[in-house]
Design a protein around this ligand. Sequence first.
Ligand SMILES: [Zn+2]
Ligand SMILES: [Zn+2]
Length: 65
Amino acid sequence: MSVAGLCEICHENTVEHTCGRCGSLVCDRHVDRRTDLCVECTTDVSDTSRQEKDTTVPETNQYWS
Ligand SMILES: [Zn+2]
Ligand SMILES: [Zn+2]
């Protein structure tokens, strides 16, 4: 495999992966191996699930009354 270039996030390490979501070329340190996404997309995805959790919170209010 020939060297494609440098990681688009750190610009230091050699590209090892292509993000399955945004297509960024990233090094081994900036890919999430489970999801095969770059760290930026991994953050996007976890932010979304965090917002979904926030809307589920009101259940706790039942203990208030
Ligand atoms: Zn990197
Ligand atoms: Zn990405």
